[in-house]
Design a protein around this ligand. Structure first.
Ligand SMILES: *[C@@H]1O[C@H](CO)[C@@H](O)[C@H](O)[C@H]1NC(C)=O
Length: 171
């Protein structure tokens, strides 16, 4: 009797943990994909075929962001503690987004040479839209008193996207 209760309790604990922790883990997954994409672009030799893995990394990142949006949408409102965990993960992500989008801006002459810059611009816009959806879904779950801070944190990410898109518009 007692033993059979244990799995139920474990399942309950898991659902309680799910929301804040699940969002943090979604942000961490997005962060890993962001770093991988940045590394791929930095080490790209500038050849057309060499750009294929970049397309792969960029697709993976988009999928991670969309998954994260679902996770955030399904989440209960976050406690302040959970919101702080999410904030720390977001600060870390914003720093990596800055580096990766910086690498994309730096690589523009190489993308120009193989005529891929319009494709990159299209991808940046899609990624920007997906990121806005994700940010909005997370902010919805942040307690009211922390919403301003949350908006500032994701604002840094939005600025990075604006910079990269601005750079690629000048094709
Ligand atoms: C990255 O951060 C630096 C320092 O704040 C800033 O000057 C630069 O414009 C940012 N780049 C991007 C793409 O966000």
């Amino acid at each position: 009797m007692r033993l059979s209760l244990l799995p139920t309790l474990a399942a309950l604990a898991a659902t309680v943990l799910a929301d804040g922790a699940a969002i943090v883990s979604a942000i961490d997954a997005i962060d890993k994909s962001t770093v991988a994409l940045g590394n791929g672009i930095t080490s790209w030799n500038g050849k057309l075929l060499g750009a294929l893995p970049i397309v792969g990394s960029s697709t993976k990142l988009l999928i991670d962001v969309k998954k994260g949006t679902k996770t955030a949408e399904q989440s209960e409102p976050l406690t302040s503690d959970e919101a702080f965990q999410v904030a720390f993960a977001t600060i870390n992500l914003a720093a990596d987004v800055n580096v990766t989008l910086g690498a994309i801006i730096d690589a523009k002459p190489k993308f120009d040479k193989v005529l891929l810059s319009p494709v990159i611009l299209g991808n940046l816009k899609i990624q920007q839209g997906a990121t806005e959806d994700f940010s909005g879904a997370v902010i919805d779950k942040v307690p009211a008193e922390l919403q301003d801070i949350a908006k500032q944190l994701v604002g840094g990410i939005a600025d990075s996207f604006d910079q990269a898109i601005e750079a690629y518009k000048l094709f």
